[in-house]
Design a protein around this ligand. Structure first.
Ligand code: FES
Length: 106
């Protein structure tokens, strides 16, 4: 199992464990982490699984696809740490990943 930490905008911390091969959005939903809406169910079509990942983890998280980048462009809170959680596969190199959640999903 992969250990992940989600931190809500209000600072509340959720330590969860996820099976390798799932995606970050599903790991949050499976563990009742609030703050991810995932309206499209993981199809990279809604942008409501927006999260912030420290830049030091970006290489391990993999590069965002063109469609993910396009979707992120529509996210008002986007910054250099932005990713869509449904597009990140949870694998062993991400063990210990810390994920910050935005105040709102748009
Ligand atoms: S769940 Fe819709 S873009 Fe990730």
């Amino acid at each position: 199992m992969i250990e992940l930490t989600f931190i809500e905008h209000n600072g509340e911390v959720h330590n969860v464990r996820a099976a390798p091969g799932t995606n970050l959005m599903q790991a949050a939903l499976d563990n009742n982490v609030p703050g991810i809406d995932a309206d499209c169910g993981g199809s990279c079509a809604c942008g409501t699984c927006h999260v912030f990942i420290d830049t030091s983890w970006m290489d391990k998280a993999g590069k965002p696809s063109e469609s993910e980048c396009a979707m992120l462009e529509m996210t008002p809170e986007k910054n250099e740490m932005s990713r869509l959680a449904c597009q990140i596969t949870v694998e062993t190199p991400l063990n210990g990943l810390v994920v910050k959640l935005p105040e709102f999903q748009m």
